[in-house]
Ligand binder design. Sequence first.
Ligand SMILES: [Ca+2]
Ligand SMILES: [Ca+2]
Ligand SMILES: [Ca+2]
Ligand SMILES: [Ca+2]
Length: 152
Amino acid sequence: MRLERDRNADGKPDVWGVYTYPAQDQSQLVVTVDKNGDGRLDYWRLERNHFPVREWGDLNDDGRVDYWVAYAPDSRAKQWAAMDKNHDGRPDAWFHYGADGTRPDAGERDDDFDGTPETTFGTLPAERPTLDDPPVVELGPGPKSALQGPGP
Ligand SMILES: [Ca+2]
Ligand SMILES: [Ca+2]
Ligand SMILES: [Ca+2]
Ligand SMILES: [Ca+2]
């Protein structure tokens, strides 16, 4: 299913996305959106049995993921978030969320991007989620099929 919206009311759809059910696992749903309408995908969400599992964002629209979210199992509560603030492909901020999923109870930030965090609060669990790439979505034929996912 395709999503199209005309946010700036110029008559042309400028926000669009696709919902797809991967053939190999119909209990999963992949939502892929070009939020700012520049023709490049910048948001992905993987859902399983109607619960979010993972989220990815490309906040600076350079084609590379720089925002990752992992949800608690069978829950709408966020469990982890990671950000790549200098957009070099490696996360430099991590947050772990408390049980309600709305407020981080621990986190660390590497403000100068040297690999060592300067700012920490709380105690991050040792076990961090793997930062997988978003699922590759086959967009199929149509005028939007030139859209590309994040590059290497
Ligand atoms: Ca975009
Ligand atoms: Ca990016
Ligand atoms: Ca980084
Ligand atoms: Ca540092």
